[in-house]
Design a protein around this ligand. Structure first.
Ligand code: IPE
Ligand code: IPE
Ligand code: MG
Length: 249
């Protein structure tokens, strides 16, 4: 599959969000609705992610962060956790060359502890392979939790202070301790499958993000749906606390 398909062109889009974060939710329900096992739903989510990556490139989005495995997902059955770990490892190995051809820079955001070493190896190999790429930045959030990220950042600052360094905490200094310190704020969070919650995703980075919840299940997601979300985002007014004075007369 090529990212640039002449028969699938993005519409005119006024404001392109620089950073979109997606919660790829609904794989299990998609599978169960078809009499399949949950793992088949995860498999069906892989082409959806690639299509959305292609759509993000086409639309001129700079960064896409994809929630692949949360720190809470360890609560699932051992079989599903084992499948998801192996699947994440295999997708990275299988797709990194294609993403590299698309000039995508792959990064990982998440905690090392508990994560399978083979998954970390593939994440680091993908980062290394694509580190000089200048196109879309694709952050894979694997073993990621927003609260854990904030706690880990706080711990890093405490460690610095206990070494005797002067630590004057500011938003800037704090954000430098996050898993991806140069990550820009999220402009738009998209969640599939009709669930309206953040599920511990990018709590710091999404503090002023626009939120769009779609009913489609993740395996049904396409680049066209991404472009619809961007069009909806374009029509929103982002105030960041400022007032807009527009009297009727
Ligand atoms: C999202 O789909 C994928 C992961 C959390 C890894 P789910 O597996 O949560 O699917 P549903 O929500 O049960 O349908
Ligand atoms: C969020 O989805 C995590 C990922 C998509 C990886 P979940 O399906 O795990 O979230 P909850 O349990 O419905 O909040
Ligand atoms: Mg879910």
């Amino acid at each position: 599959m090529k990212p640039f398909d002449p028969s699938r062109k993005p519409p005119e889009l006024n404001h392109i969000p620089g950073h979109i974060a997606v919660v790829m939710d609904g794989n299990g329900r998609w599978a169960n609705q078809r009499g399949l096992t949950r793992t088949e739903g995860h498999r069906a989510g892989e082409p959806a992610l690639l299509d959305v990556v292609a759509g993000a490139i086409e639309a001129g989005v700079k960064q896409l962060t994809a929630f692949a495995f949360s720190t809470e997902n360890w609560k699932r059955s051992p079989e599903e956790v084992r499948f998801l770990m192996g699947f994440n490892r295999d997708v990275l190995r299988r797709r990194r060359d294609l993403l590299n051809e698309w000039n995508v820079k792959i990064l990982w955001s998440g905690r090392r502890s508990k994560l399978w070493p083979s998954v970390i190896t593939e994440l680091e190999a993908a980062q290394e392979l694509t580190k000089h790429n200048t196109g879309l930045t694709l952050v894979m959030a694997v073993n990621y939790g927003g609260r854990q990220e904030i706690v880990d950042a706080a711990q890093a600052l405490v460690d610095r202070a206990s070494e005797g360094k002067r630590v004057k905490v500011s938003e800037r200094l704090f954000s430098k301790q996050l898993y991806q310190p140069r990550m820009p704020d999220v402009d738009l969070v998209i969640r599939s499958s009709g669930e309206m919650r953040l599920s511990n995703y990018l709590l710091w980075e999404s503090s002023y993000a626009e939120l769009i919840f779609r009913e489609e299940l993740w395996p049904e997601f396409t680049r066209e749906l991404l472009w619809e979300c961007i069009a909806e985002y374009s029509n929103r007014t982002r105030r960041f606390g400022k007032a807009v004075d527009s009297p009727l007369n």
